[in-house]
Design a protein around this ligand. Structure first.
Ligand SMILES: [Zn+2]
Length: 432
């Protein structure tokens, strides 16, 4: 593993709002941030195996896509403009035909897309996840992987047993870049009895739980009709929050449910574009943050977004709160970047490892080129990163101190081969 020095770079560590270091440096040794500051001393320059000149670059913590379904990239553009349940039915028809090879190449396409747009870590839920884990190993990215359980024909417990095996097989693999966790897809696709068993298994494995909660009013009504209470209240009663929970959406939440989320310190992953495209509603993110609820950001799958671009996701998150609350001060640039980095890491339960640029943390970084017409003049770096920056401005994506993406080229993956395989899958699944 090479020692890497990035010099002459503007550093946005995300430790606090005014912590930007102009013309600074970051020195990385054994995949960890070893030093950072205003000017590197000669010893560091000599120790470096590689030096990146950071002129015109901003170094920020790698972006964290807290909730996605990477193999859904092969479904991009399919079944658009439909309500959630109808959309799911259409998607499930195609998913039933997907082979493990289809899953692999589609997940790889998503990883290429994420690396090219500055994402270093993602939280992924799908089935056939061994293939995604193999992809994470190859790509060099960091990921929290989980097989989402959809209980069918009384087969929940067999599937849970398979998911437990998946966790045992993959947790801590790929130099510790993979965390494998458990996942009931949602309260409307799993019985409370099965979720209770899953929570027990999560205690045994000492792992987090990733699920979908309160995405649309329709899904909440289904739970109220079945069980006489709201989803988050039901999940609290059956002990879900006795583990660290990563919950996608949280769009419509009652006062009681907000209190549960604050008390349990569950991580809510806000997916603004998916919520907008599926007409789900507006999650009360600004309110949640004020209550001390931990909020991260995600893109959701490519079939409901339709891109895995966290710069776009951050911009939508901020604008959505501002327009919803009719308050331009809502979700400031700094707060929004925090959702995509430091707070996102906390929502996934990995803030001790990543999320900020600090000595001792894993070297997961995104270097953004600000020598662009839409970046000039650079009056305020934070404002630029949220309101102006584009995915294409990313020049380098670094995970565990390893450069995975550099100026148009994904170092670890064969992009053309991946594109070819995804088109093959598409022709097979949909007909050419
Ligand atoms: Zn989802």
């Amino acid at each position: 593993m090479e020692n890497l020095l990035i010099k002459n770079v503007s550093v946005v560590p995300m430790t606090h709002a005014d912590a930007v270091i102009q013309n600074g440096y970051i020195y990385i040794e054994k995949g960890v941030i070893n030093a950072l500051g205003s000017a590197p001393n000669h010893t560091l320059v000599e120790k470096a195996d590689r030096v990146i000149d950071g002129e015109h670059l901003v170094a920020m913590p790698g972006l964290i896509n807290g909730h996605t379904h990477t193999p859904m990239s092969v479904l991009r553009g399919y079944a658009g403009d439909l309500p959630l349940q109808q959309w799911l039915q259409e998607i499930w028809k195609i998913e039933a035909k997907m082979s493990s090879e289809d899953i692999y190449w589609a997940a790889m396409l998503s990883m290429v897309e994420m690396l090219k747009s500055g994402t270093t870590t993602f939280g992924d839920m799908y089935y056939g996840m061994d293939k995604v884990a193999e992809g994470v190993q190859a790509s060099g990215m960091r990921a929290l992987l989980t097989q989402g359980i959809i209980e069918q024909d009384g087969h929940g417990e067999d599937v849970l047993a398979e998911c437990v095996d998946f966790v045992k097989r993959w947790h801590g693999k790929a130099e510790g870049r993979i965390q494998a966790i458990l996942s009931p897809h949602a309260p409307y696709t799993c019985s409370p009895q099965l979720i209770e068993k899953l929570v027990e298994a999560a205690h045994d494995l000492d792992c987090s739980i990733h699920t979908h909660l309160n995405e649309t009013r329709g899904k909440i009504d289904t739970i109220i009709e079945r069980y006489g209470k709201r989803p988050i209240v039901l999940m609290d009663e059956i002990g879900l929050f006795s583990r660290h929970v990563i919950a996608a959406h949280g769009v419509h939440v009652s006062e009681e449910e907000l209190e549960i989320l604050a008390r349990s310190q569950a991580g809510i992953i806000h997916n603004p574009k998916s919520n907008m495209k599926l007409g789900s509603g507006i999650a009360p993110i600004a309110d949640m943050l004020e209550r001390g609820i931990v909020v991260g950001l995600g893109t959701d799958g490519s079939a409901s977004n339709n891109v895995l671009d966290m710069f776009e996701e951050m911009r939508f998150a901020s604008f959505l709160q501002k327009v919803h609350l009719e308050d331009p001060t809502a979700l400031s640039a700094y707060e929004t970047l925090k959702l995509g980095t430091a707070l996102g890491a906390q929502a996934l339960g990995i803030e001790s490892e990543i999320g900020t640029l600090e000595v001792g943390k894993k070297a997961d970084l995104t270097l953004v080129n600000v020598d662009r017409t839409h970046a000039l003049p650079l009056n305020d770096i934070l404002s630029h990163l949220i309101y102006s920056a584009k995915a294409d401005d990313v020049d380098y994506t670094i995970v565990n101190g390893r450069v995975l993406y550099e100026k148009g080229h994904v170092v670890t993956l064969d992009e053309e081969k991946i594109k070819w395989h995804v088109l093959e899958s598409k022709n097979k699944l949909f007909g050419s």
